[in-house]
Ligand binder design. Structure first.
Ligand code: ADP
Length: 378
């Protein structure tokens, strides 16, 4: 199935540039029209005044002609002369109007040409800069992916050795010490794997390459897998990890691996910030046209002033509670948004936190397909 990408920062820059240019064009046209209207008004007023002055002079001349009883031949000559002057003036005005219109058209053409050249140059520089940036990012990504691959290989080797050690721990005092140490190494190994994965995801979001592949799956089964994989961590911490609410198959269209990653992030955080004896409950339920996931814990909670920023990149708590890079919730948000869903948290220091996210189920009825992406870069 082809991958559908989130709208990249580059596409957003292009859209902003196009919108900015359309705005400039509109503003330019508005100002040009306003200037032309003002100039036309000035010319019209001047012409009206000139016509009024001529009219007064002609009335005076008429009074004098009548006073001295000028012969009709002379009046006819005066009338003819006035008609000729009026025609000359009309022609003059028409010529002046044509010159003004031509000048305006020429000015508009020059401005359009100037804008065109200026924009073409900007586009060229932008393309060159992007090609340059692409090459740099490409080299960086290649390096990053090589290093992460090698690191993951090393971590897998460490994981396998630890599994061997755990399988052969003697059941005595020395063995219990080995078991404790090996379990710690195993946890550190998992955390390192997760950190590398998070860094790779953030790099792919930044490069506009982040994608989800929604297909028809059973959400309940996906949730059960996540709970099962984290049960050992929960029991090692002495925290009850339970699935609540109605059980049973729940069909939806989603990227199984990514949604499991999102849910695992929330559950792992809940376990991380909940002390021994606490409880983490997970539920998934259909509500109208969406499915809602809820992860509630009885942990330390989050201060009200931090709550609005926890889904941002590198948002981390106080130094004492930190252990991650502050990327888990950011990636989780991007995964949910890439599915057309929403994510939020309700929390207070004390009673604990509740994280919720939704997924639209509408696509499930139409079989496997890509969902519209609504990702906005942070
Ligand atoms: P990290 O990898 O540092 O945990 P996250 O993005 O997953 O990064 O979380 C960001 C911050 O949000 C954490 O450092 C923590 O302060 C807070 N946080 C997340 N989940 C919880 C939770 N369930 N209870 C309390 N604080 C939480």
């Amino acid at each position: 199935m082809p991958r559908k990408r989130a709208r990249s920062a580059r596409e957003r820059t292009d859209a902003r540039l196009t919108a900015e240019r359309a705005k400039t064009d509109q503003e330019l046209a508005r100002r040009t029209r306003a200037t032309a209207n003002r100039a036309d008004e000035v010319v019209k007023t001047a012409r009206r005044r000139a016509a009024a002055v001529v009219e007064v002079a002609r009335r005076r001349a008429d009074v004098q002609l009548r006073a001295r009883k000028a012969p009709s031949a002379e009046r006819s000559r005066v009338d003819a002369e006035r008609s000729r002057q009026d025609a000359v003036l009309r022609n003059e005005y028409a010529r002046a109007d044509r010159v003004t219109a031509a000048e305006r058209a020429e000015r508009a053409r020059l401005v359009a040409e100037l804008l065109h050249h200026e924009r073409r140059d900007t586009d060229r520089s932008l393309l060159l800069e992007r090609a340059d940036a692409d090459a740099t990012v490409g080299r960086r990504d290649e390096f990053l992916s090589m290093v992460s691959h090698d690191l993951r290989n090393e971590l897998t080797a460490v994981g396998l050795s630890i599994a061997q050690i755990l399988a052969n721990v003697p059941n005595d005092k020395r063995g219990r010490t080995i078991l404790r140490c090996a379990t710690n190494v195993q946890r550190a190994n998992l955390r390192m794997n997760r950190l590398i994965g998070d860094l790779l995801d953030v790099a792919s979001i930044a490069a506009g390459k982040f994608a989800v592949i929604p297909e028809d799956h059973d959400l309940s089964a996906a949730v059960d897998d996540v709970i099962e994989s984290l049960a050992a961590i929960a029991s090692a911490k002495g925290v009850a990890l339970v699935v609540t609410g109605k059980r049973g198959p729940l069909a939806a269209c989603f990227d199984r691996q990514r949604i499991q990653q999102a849910l695992a992030n929330l559950v792992m955080n809940a376990l991380k910030y909940t002390s021994e004896g606490g409880r983490v409950s997970v539920s998934v339920a259909r509500k109208g046209q969406e499915v809602r996931f809820t992860v509630a814990d009885t942990g330390c909670g989050i201060a009200a002033d931090r709550l609005p920023s926890i889904f941002e990149k590198f948002s981390r708590g106080t130094r004492s509670e930190r252990s991650g890079l502050g990327l888990g919730l950011y990636i989780t948000r991007r995964i949910v948004e890439a599915h057309g869903g929403r994510i939020w948290a309700e929390s207070q220091p004390g009673p604990g936190s509740t994280f919720c996210f939704t997924l639209p189920v509408r696509a499930a009825r139409r079989g496997p397909q890509r969902l519209p992406l609504t990702v906005a870069s942070a």
